[in-house]
Design a protein around this ligand. Structure first.
Ligand code: SF4
Ligand code: SF4
Ligand code: SF4
Length: 255
């Protein structure tokens, strides 16, 4: 008897669609997974989409909620899906879209007025509106982590999310710490899972996988101050992918 395939959909809210393309980059490895998956909806993977009335086993949703259209689409997806995955940092933490959330209110208002379609007052992650069953964070999503998730889920296991910071993986790789070279890095306050991708290539971590639960922002910001970094530099780095942590709201006031 033929094995029942898992029905999967890929959806994009407001974003660059880079996460879906990152999945596509898996090429042959993804083709192998198609033996077990039935792709029901995907603007990137399918030639023609017929919005399916069928129930989905898994929906991967990239992008943030910025407009009513995004919200209606998200509610529609949630209704017909058993297991909803936030794909990438736009979906998980508002990511790049969330940059505007930390801008001065006057600029935010001007952006809203110039928008082509009516937009919400802020950019929101999916979990602000619907139940999210799992998060695959990162900008873009890590292809190997995606594949590992798929592999485990197809075997009936939900993988555990990483709870250690990027520094942990950075140390495992034997990298020299960028902070010692005078380069700012958000590795100590950012969730691991990317294999310390940026520091391993001598580039600072800018927090794309979201801030850890127990992050010590004060301590890191004090270190940045000792490194003679301006408020603007520190503010921009801390708010690149994440809302400004409460502890650092003083940074906003002083800007
Ligand atoms: S997380 Fe990054 S790559 Fe993915 S959709 Fe958002 S901006 Fe694009
Ligand atoms: S380079 Fe960044 S991620 Fe690596 S140990 Fe230093 S602070 Fe942590
Ligand atoms: S090192 Fe930081 S910015 Fe780079 S991929 Fe990992 S979490 Fe994202």
């Amino acid at each position: 008897m033929e094995k029942k395939k898992v029905k999967v959909g890929f959806f994009s809210l407001t974003c660059c669609e880079g996460c879906e393309f990152a999945v596509l980059d898996l090429e042959e490895k993804l083709l192998k997974a198609f033996d077990y998956l039935e792709i029901v909806e995907s603007r990137v993977l399918m030639e023609k989409i017929k919005p399916a009335a069928v129930k989905l086993d898994i929906a991967f949703v990239e992008g943030s909620v910025i407009s009513k259209h995004d919200l209606d689409k998200l509610n529609y997806i949630r209704e017909k899906t058993d297991f909803l995955v936030a794909l990438g940092s736009c979906a998980a933490i508002a990511g790049i879209n969330g940059i505007r959330n930390s801008l001065p209110e006057g600029i935010q208002e001007r952006m809203r007025q110039k928008a082509i379609t009516p937009v919400k007052e802020k950019a929101y992650p999916l979990s602000s509106f619907v139940k999210v069953d799992y998060i695959l964070n990162g900008c873009s999503v890590n292809e190997l982590e995606f594949l590992d998730f798929l592999n485990k889920v197809l075997h009936g296991v939900i993988p555990k999310l990483e709870e250690v910071p990027v520094c942990f993986e950075c140390k495992l790789k034997g990298n020299a710490c960028l902070l010692l070279k005078g380069i700012l890095c958000l590795g100590p306050v950012t969730y691991a899972g990317c294999g310390a991708l940026c520091p391993s290539q001598n580039a600072q971590c800018i927090g794309c996988r979201g801030f850890t639960k127990d992050a010590n922002f004060d301590s890191l910001d004090n270190l940045f101050k000792e490194m003679k970094q301006s408020k603007k530099e520190r503010f921009n780095l801390f708010t690149y992918f994440n809302p400004l942590p409460k502890e650092l709201s003083v940074l906003k006031e002083e800007k």
